[in-house]
Design a protein around this ligand. Sequence first.
Ligand code: AMP
Length: 503
Amino acid sequence: MPGSLFALLRSRIPSQGKTLIETLEGSRITYGDMLARTGRLANALVGLGVKPGDRVAVQVEKSPENLMLFLAVMRAGAVYLPLNTAYTTHEVEYFVNDAEPRLLVCDPAKRDGLEPIADLRGAALHTLDADSRGSLADLAAAAPEAFEDVGRAGHDLACILYTSGTTGRSKGAMLTNANLGSNADTLVGYWRFSEAAVLLHALPIYHTHGLFTAAMTVMLSGGSMLWLQKFDADQVIAALPRVTTLMGVPTHYVRLVQHPGLTREATAHMRLFTSGSAPLLAETHETFKAKTGHAILERYGMTETGMNTSNPYDGERIAGTVGFPLPDIEVRVATPGTGEVLPAGEVGVLEVKGPNVFAGYWRMPEKTREEFRPDGFFITGDVGMIDARGYVHIVGRAKDLIISGGFNVYPKEVESEIDLLPGVVESAVIGCPHPDFGEGVTAVVVKAPGAALSERDVITALEGRLAKFKLPKRVLFVDELPRNTMGKLQKNVLRDQNKALYG
Ligand code: AMP
């Protein structure tokens, strides 16, 4: 495999005229256009003083040109650092101070706020908007197309992706050319991507899911993408006839199953639907299957590792599991502290090892050491279990584990019981500070419209099904659970809102 990610991609280009991206508005970028546009952008980057290994921080709206910028950074041998568009100026300041980029690219609307921050750190600042306008686009337009790609070794850094960091400081996961290339290439094979693939791309590209799992996999297969600015159920349903695959987060599938346009006929030609970034409810999986005949393929990954496991392409895709370890990737379950490896069926922390696993956290050697075992396994922080057939199940995050009166309570176990009750749409179980128990098990429940369900009803229904120490001390009802753009449930928000619940 070539050392640099771009060299790998270049080796897979099917033909210059093949479509790489089409937008709903009708614009089209071929693989040949991609080479021309990324060549101009790479020349512009070098002109701005970007050298191999320099960081290029990017906070812009999703657009094809944003993807071109990522590829241009790869061609220049620099390190791409995408930032969530929702981050405030204050938040971006932290990343700029931490990563010390040579160049910061932002939306023109954010220029004034970010200029002093870039100045202070000696970073150049340029702009790019969703319509490919801005000072960086101007520089690129004036630059030549021809660019000699900077060679990089597999172990050289390609990207820094900051973890969403719901507790403590956000950490920069350092991903190498080999991490990204090997993982996307594995997915091409495992999920049978080819030049015939047309992926409906409706994910943000500042996150590993949209940038690597989706876009990189398509590009390494020589396939095409139909590009949506963001997920919109009407647009997705209308676009289905033009595509063959869709990658989504669970909330996307929840919206699709509620859409009258989701039918067997509308999806008959589709080859694959995948879901990840958060747990897909078994109920969503089943409803989707009943309406379309397609079993959504659920997989599991994270910023630090890319994809680790996947339900099989041909075999049985089991709802509520994330499938088997991908080729070349080892997954095991261990006790949280001592790291003793546990047998099938036992719950512990998931640990992974393979060419996909990142090189460590940017400028955090201590933190990096803490998260790796001496034999090279990365401690994911996800709690899970591998069943007798080898399917991996995720039970939750280690930090969401509740310790009440000295007993461990896995929120997922309690949530699963609550979700079975008539009139419950979904639930989240959290630990809130409790004067007697340390943490009090607390259930936050979304009721079905019109359901007459009280706090007492829920607790009574769970008695006899769960040990007493697992029973919620309080049940709170809400209209919806807080989720971020990747569909991840934000338990930290619920914990914050209820920190004084027990006085
Ligand atoms: P991120 O680094 O933002 O991609 O988040 C990674 C985390 O998302 C993982 O550590 C898991 O906790 C969670 N996650 C990803 N995929 C799944 C899945 N299929 N089921 C449950 N949790 C998932």
